[in-house]
Each structure stands twice: as structure tokens, then as C-alpha cells.
Design a protein around this ligand. Structure first.
Ligand code: ADP
Ligand code: MG
Length: 561
């Protein structure tokens, strides 16, 4: 949007070098507008979505204005979380890497006070901290704001959401009256304006408009799904999508935990991120996500806002976001730093209007996509598995060529083939075992059923042949389970169902005796009921036609990992 170059922004060459080191080519829109204002010493309020480079928008001009010879704190940035404080301090340090005599210090709860005290004593010019800890230091007198030139409230909306209002107010009061004040936020609710009123002098308001709020590099889709089939639809999409790091958004903490548990049970490397986690738990989850130890982060809006993970290539809205702005924030988690990404939203028929609203406001083309069928997923998994087999064969061949010897697998093969079973028989058997162990569902019977009717809730249909990872260890075989089959039901304690409801419904609908029913396990949103295998089909069909506690029931054979 801007024809500006960083070189046109009156920044010293050391800072321009820092910018070049970070690989920034041109200023983002908010940077192009904010940098000159902040350099000129103006107070400003800036609104732009996450991922638009707000850190450098204040970081660069604030650094430019620092006096390296002064050893007192000249700049203070408040951030909502420790994670963000560290992130901002890191980016500012990198930008300042070629400036001499400038030190940047993050201060946040959880880190040893001693270390922070010593660093503050040595003298730092730029402090980035969470409101609570900053206030702590102010009260102890270890942080003095007498020489403060600039105070920045970063992610102000989130700080208010997190209840930091009074702390921020106290810091604002502790800052010198003539100090420059800057506020950045992704949204601009009234309470922010109220907070800064009376503290800012003639602030300049900068807002990157809605149109630019859209994320350019993100392909956007939606899937129309039935409410009780969302979990199934999610697995189908995940199984057919090529991605490295994905974030799945739910609207509640409870939903996040339930979905994370479900996805883990289905064989995904998933974990949850929400406001109930301690800072240490958050750090652990984020660390694993960043390093690639997690492929899926299940999160609420607040928890994932402002997080800077560059290589997220998939965002899924398991629940439709409440408003257009949160939609934009969510999908802004992908397509960052010039990379491309995909975003898909699961909507029920009644929520279709929301997608239309979102696409109207963001001027984004959100395309309707068709859910892959079980057959497609199974074909894909099969071909991935065969790909792995071929790659292994190729690697073994190479090794044998190098070592000029017969490996132990060949001995093994010779020991079982040649008699009654040809090598071809053995290969067929091995493939069958692999496919079964890797739980490449559905079964031929299910495929037949799918042809006749759309699939029902699959429960714990496992995924495992993805991404070349071997997950053989998780493959328990349920078929040994004494002639009983576990049925999955789409309702649980949320719907107030009790074991008696299941027994009543099954006996009432089929005329079978209640004694044939085995274990009943009721979870929040789903349940498992054990029934004799030879009655499973009959019971399933009857249950799929009935209601329990006024809710339509979807039953299917559960497929544990
Ligand atoms: P925000 O605070 O608006 O959410 P950040 O400041 O965290 O955004 O920046 C998001 C990402 O974009 C970071 O990885 C940052 O290094 C990168 N970035 C910032 N400015 C630029 C730029 N001008 N060009 C390319 N990447 C940038
Ligand atoms: Mg930010």
C-alpha cells in the first residue's frame, strides 16, 4: 500500500540495518503511518489487526529517540502476557542489534525478581513488561520512570480483557506528565478510549481500515456441516489437508479442552491453549507448537490473539467466530510474513448468514467447499502408506547396495516364505496388517453404507498414516473384546443424559433385554455404550431414528485407537 521505503522514514542507518537483518522489505501500512508520528513525538492511538507489524511500528521510532548515554529507563512497553512481552523484547532487541549502548529488558511475573533487579540496576533504556510486574517494580522503587520519554500500551484491548485496567492506570499515573504515550490495539472498544483520555495530549488516531483488515494471502473456505457431525467433519478435513501447523478455534474454553481430547484420541498431536492455563502451561504448549512438536493448537480467541508464530499454514474455525473482527484476527494467524495459508470455517445451515456477513465486510471470497468423503480419506491414507512403504523399500535397497549384504529383513522373509506361502502372499499379509493397524478406516461395510446414506458421527475414527510418522504403537485391537461392540453416541452429560436413558431407549426401541447392555460411559458431549456385536447393527439403526431427552441421536460403531 505504501510506496514508502524504510529508508525514507528518517531512521538511522543502524536501525535500517536491523530492519534488513529481520528481512523486512517495506514498511507495513501501520508502520508507514505510525513511524513518522512517533518520531515527531506525537501521542498516538493505532488500530490494526494482529500480524500487521505493530511492534516495529512503535519499536523503531522509540529506539531512534533513545539516548544511549542515558542509563535510565526511557521507554516502557506494557504487554498483556509474558509470552508477548518476551516476543516484543526480542523483536526490539533484534531491531536494535546494531545500535550501540542500548539494552532492552523484558520483565514479567514468574521470572526471578533478582535477575530483573540486577539488570535494572545496571541500567537499561528500554523495558518491556506485563502490567503486574511493572507495577511491582515501581512500588519497590527498582523501576523509576523519572526519565521516561515514551510509554507504549501494546495490545491494549487484550490487557483490558485480562483485567489490567487498574494496573495500567497506575502506570500511566506514575509516568511523567510530558512523556509521549502510544496505544496499539487490534480493536478499539470504548473502555480503551476512556482509559487513555486525560492521559494523552492531542493524540493522533490511526486506523488501518476494514478493507485492509483482510488477510491477503489466505485462501478462505467454509464447510456446511450438521451440528452433530462437526467433529467428524473436522477429522475428514484434517486428514486430507496438507499442513504443518494448524490452529483450531473454538468459542469456549470447555470446547477447546473437549476438542483437544478428541483430536488426541484420534491420533493428532494436539494441545489446548486458553485462559485457564497457568503461564508455565502456556509457555510449554507454545514452545511445543513453535518447535513443531505439536501440529495442532486448539485455542480460544483471547488465548491466541497476538501470538506470533510465523509458519501457521492452516486455521480452522470449529465454531464460527462471534464477529467479523475476530474472524479476521483468527485467520490472521496464518498467511503471515508473506507466507500463504488456508482458513476454513465450519458452519451449520443456521449460521450461513454469518459467513455471508463476514465475506461482505472483509470483501473476502470465502468459497464453499465440499467435505471429503470417507472413501477419499481412506484412499489418501492408503496412498500415503504405500508411499512410505516404497520409500522404505528404496532406502533398504540403497543400503544393501552399499553394504553388499543381505539384511535381517531378507532373512526374516526367507524364513517365512517359500513353503506354503509365496513372497507375494507375505507381502499381501503385511499390507493388510499395516492398513489395519494404521486404522485406515472406513471398513468396506461402512463404505457401502456411505454410498447409500451420508455418514453418521464416526466417533473415534483414528488417523495415523499422515505425514510419514509411524504410529504403530497406538494400534490396540478391539476385536478381541468378547463379542461386544462399543457404540458411539453424539450426546453426553451436557444434554443431561443418564445411563438409564440409554438403557430405556435401547430396550424401548428394540424390545431387547436391558441385560445385554454392557458398560456405559458418559462424557460431556458424547457417550459410549457396549452392546453385543450381533445386535449392534439393529440397535444402531433403531437409535438413529429416535430421540433422547428431546435430542436427535446419532449412533455409530466406536473405533478406539
Ligand atoms: P502485530 O503486533 O501487529 O500483531 P507483529 O509486530 O507481531 O504484529 O508482527 C508480525 C510479524 O510480521 C512478525 O514476525 C514481524 O517480524 C513481521 N513484520 C513486521 N513488520 C514487517 C515488515 N515491514 N515486513 C515483513 N515482516 C514484518
Ligand atoms: Mg503485537
Amino acid at each position: 500500500m505504501s510506496d514508502f521505503k524504510f529508508a525514507d522514514l528518517n531512521l538511522c542507518k543502524e536501525l535500517l540495518k536491523g530492519v534488513a537483518d529481520l528481512g523486512f522489505e517495506e514498511p507495513s501500512p501501520i508502520q508507514a503511518v505510525a513511524i513518522p508520528l512517533v518520531l515527531a513525538g506525537r501521542d498516538m492511538v493505532g488500530q490494526a489487526q494482529t500480524g500487521t507489524g505493530k511492534t516495529a511500528a512503535f519499536g523503531l521510532p522509540v529506539l531512534e529517540r533513545l539516548n544511549p548515554r542515558g542509563k535510565k529507563v526511557q521507554a516502557l512497553v506494557l504487554c498483556p502476557t509474558r509470552e508477548l512481552a518476551v516476543q516484543v523484547a526480542e523483536e526490539v532487541s533484534l531491531l536494535a542489534a546494531h545500535l550501540r549502548g542500548i539494552s532492552v529488558l523484558p520483565v514479567y511475573g514468574g521470572q526471578s525478581l533478582d535477575r530483573q533487579l540486577r539488570a535494572l540496576e545496571r541500567g537499561v533504556q528500554f523495558v518491556v513488561g506485563t502490567p503486574g510486574r511493572v507495577l511491582d517494580h515501581l512500588e519497590r522503587g527498582s523501576l523509576k520512570l523519572g526519565a521516561l520519554q515514551t510509554l507504549v500500551l501494546d495490545e491494549a484491548d487484550e490487557m483490558l480483557d485480562m483485567g489490567f485496567r487498574d494496573d495500567i492506570e497506575s502506570v500511566l499515573k506514575a509516568a511523567p506528565e510530558n512523556c509521549q504515550k502510544i496505544c496499539f490495539s487490534a480493536t478499539m472498544p470504548k473502555d480503551i478510549l476512556a482509559l487513555i483520555q486525560g492521559h494523552m495530549r492531542d493524540p493522533e488516531f490511526v486506523r488501518i481500515t476494514r478493507k485492509e483488515l483482510t488477510v491477503a494471502n489466505v485462501e478462505q473456505f467454509y464447510y456446511e456441516v450438521q451440528p452433530y457431525r462437526k467433529a467428524e467433519a473436522l477429522c475428514l478435513v484434517l486428514d486430507t489437508c496438507d499442513f504443518n501447523k494448524g490452529i483450531v478455534f473454538c468459542s469456549t474454553k470447555l470446547g477447546v479442552d473437549e476438542l483437544a481430547t478428541h483430536l488426541l484420541a484420534c491420533g493428532y498431536q494436539a494441545d489446548s491453549l486458553h485462559g485457564n492455563l497457568s503461564q508455565a502451561q502456556r509457555d510449554r504448549v507454545m514452545g511445543r507448537f513453535r518447535s513443531g512438536g505439536l501440529e495442532l493448537l486448539i485455542a480460544t480467541d483471547v488465548a491466541a490473539r497476538g501470538l506470533d508464530v510465523d509458519d501457521v499454514d492452516l486455521v480452522l474455525n470449529y465454531d464460527v467466530p462471534f464477529d467479523v473482527e475476530s474472524y479476521v484476527h483468527r485467520i490472521g494467524r496464518t498467511g503471515r510474513a508473506g507466507k500463504s495459508g488456508k482458513a476454513a470455517t465450519f458452519v451449520t445451515a443456521r449460521e450461513l448468514y454469518k459467513i455471508r456477513d463476514i465475506s461482505r465486510y472483509t470483501k473476502a471470497d470465502i468459497q464453499r467447499a465440499r467435505l471429503p468423503s470417507k472413501r477419499e480419506v481412506s484412499d489418501l491414507k492408503t496412498s500415503r502408506l504405500l508411499g512410505e512403504v516404497l520409500a522404505t523399500a528404496e532406502a533398504m535397497k540403497e543400503e544393501r547396495k552399499d553394504a553388499q549384504k543381505i539384511d535381517r529383513y531378507e532373512y526374516l522373509l526367507e524364513s517365512v516364505s517359500g513353503g506354503e506361502h509365496s513372497e507375494r502372499d507375505i507381502a499381501g499379509a503385511l499390507l493388510k496388517m499395516l492398513v489395519e493397524r494404521e486404522q485406515i478406516w472406513p471398513s468396506p461395510a461402512e463404505l457401502e453404507a456411505e454410498k447409500q446414506a451420508p455418514p453418521a458421527e464416526p466417533g473415534y475414527a483414528g488417523r495415523s498414516a499422515g505425514k510419514g510418522a509411524s504410529r504403530g504403537a497406538g494400534g490396540k485391537n478391539t476385536r478381541k473384546n468378547g463379542g461386544m461392540e462399543r457404540l458411539f453416541f453424539n450426546i453426553g452429560s451436557k444434554a443431561r443424559v443418564t445411563p438409564g436413558d440409554f438403557v430405556g431407549a435401547i430396550t424401548g426401541e428394540t424390545g431387547l433385554s436391558g441385560r445385554i447392555i454392557g458398560d456405559i460411559e458418559i462424557h460431556d458431549r458424547f457417550s459410549f455404550v457396549e452392546v453385543p456385536r450381533d445386535k449392534a447393527e439393529e440397535i444402531m439403526q433403531a437409535m438413529n431414528k429416535t430421540q433422547i431427552r428431546g435430542l436427535r441421536v446419532a449412533a455409530d460403531i466406536a473405533r478406539p485407537l
